[in-house]
Design a protein around this ligand. Sequence first.
Ligand code: FES
Length: 109
Amino acid sequence: MKWVRLDIELPKDDFVTMIKLDGKKLCLVKHQNKLHVLQNSCPHAGGLLSGGWCKSGNIICPIHRYEYNLETGKGAAGQNDYIDVYPTEEREDGIYVGLPDGFWKRLFS
Ligand code: FES
């Protein structure tokens, strides 16, 4: 696992936004005072989850409103899909996101 430092100023309130990390786009969420890093592309039809919103611990895709659990990435009942979620870790010098080795190679091969 490769740990990459988040190099952005985090707002105090909850938010959903797109970030570039290690040169790639991911969805960064703060929901109920907890950070989550998710894949940005919705597996249903490619909507951008960073344009969505959170409800009851799920990210809601803005296109067709599919829902994915922020902790596990699991899709709501009946969707039979999931999104990738990445661990975060608070350290003395900032917040780090854990990306699997070969992460981008796996995504784009
Ligand atoms: S593209 Fe996300 S729900 Fe359809």
